[in-house]
Design a protein around this ligand. Structure first.
Ligand SMILES: Cc1cc2nc3c(=O)[nH]c(=O)nc-3n(C[C@H](O)[C@H](O)[C@H](O)COP(=O)(O)O)c2cc1C
Ligand code: SF4
Ligand code: SF4
Length: 254
């Protein structure tokens, strides 16, 4: 029996929540990084005795399309699976039901779902510092209950995560970070971009057709030399004020 974690986490919030859940299950969890643009995801083939965690952030209340495409290549082989959707304290809307549909189509047996909150990767003043100690305690409690469900001989309950079908329309953030005068052209941002939107020969900008506004390049720059437009981030923060300001708690669906 293997424990495998399939994760897409450009800025680390999803990773932190996923590690909190999976470390309760086993010390030996294989990690498959869906943010690797060179990953051969069709090479992953699980077995019905395996246990999987699929952990993705919510972008506009949906699964990031690049993560959906990469996840869709995996052969679940009947493995028992839990879903973890991580969002920035606004709303995750149809992300969990979309994850459920993708995982089932790949051959996973989906038995549990969790929604967790992490710092909003664009408007970072929202959910700043989350998942915090309270979230971590809650997620650890959830992971014990989830593991029990994953190990049950038969699945005789119907999973009903929050969300609607058809899913809400996909929308992009349209925020393409750029380098400033402190850029030393080290290439770290280009190397780490999940969709290879940054050309090393033209490092100061990114291909707006490829960029998914994930903010990883901003996070990984060792010289704090990359950022999104301040005006755009302020406008997004203002727009989110009403929906993001009140603390939302992690939720469990089993
Ligand atoms: C393009 C984009 C769209 C987002 N859309 C939402 C959203 O609809 N609702 C929400 O609560 N948070 C949203 N967020 C915030 C992320 O879901 C949240 O910060 C998550 O922790 C990011 O995962 P990561 O830290 O693993 O990259 C969005 C972030 C990005 C970059
Ligand atoms: S990581 Fe920062 S310093 Fe390095 S090339 Fe990118 S923007 Fe420039
Ligand atoms: S260029 Fe766009 S897609 Fe690439 S890391 Fe930066 S924000 Fe993400």
């Amino acid at each position: 029996m293997r424990y495998v974690q399939f994760i897409f986490s450009p800025t680390g919030g999803t990773l932190k929540a996923a590690e909190t859940v999976s470390e309760v299950w086993s010390e030996n969890v294989e990690i498959v990084d869906l943010s690797d643009p060179n990953g051969d995801f069709s090479a992953y083939c699980l077995d019905k005795d395996d246990i999987a965690l699929i952990a993705l952030p919510s972008y506009g209340g949906r699964v990031p399309s690049v993560a959906a495409e990469r996840l869709g290549k995996i052969n679940g082989g009947g493995a028992k699976c839990a879903l973890l959707c991580v969002y920035g304290n606004r709303a995750y809307e149809d992300t969990l039901v979309e994850m459920e549909d993708i995982a089932k189509a790949c051959g996973f047996e989906v038995r549990a779902a969790i929604a967790a909150v992490a710092e909003h990767s664009i408007a970072r003043k929202y959910a700043s510092g989350r998942p915090d100690a309270e979230d971590i305690k809650r997620l650890k409690d959830f992971s014990v209950a989830v593991l029990e469900k994953l190990k049950a001989e038969v699945c005789n309950w119907e999973l009903k995560p929050a969300g609607d079908r058809p899913y809400k329309k996909l929308s992009g953030a349209g925020l393409v970070p750029k380098a400033n005068q402190y850029c030393v052209k080290c290439g770290v941002c280009a190397e780490k971009c999940p969709v290879q939107a940054i050309d090393r020969e033209n490092i100061s900008t990114a291909d707006s057709k490829k960029c998914i506004s994930c903010m990883r390049c901003v996070k990984v720059c060792p010289h704090a030399a990359r950022s999104g437009s301040k005006a755009m981030i302020s406008a997004v923060s203002l727009m989110l004020k009403g929906s993001c300001s009140q603390r939302k708690e992690c939720e469990l669906f089993i």
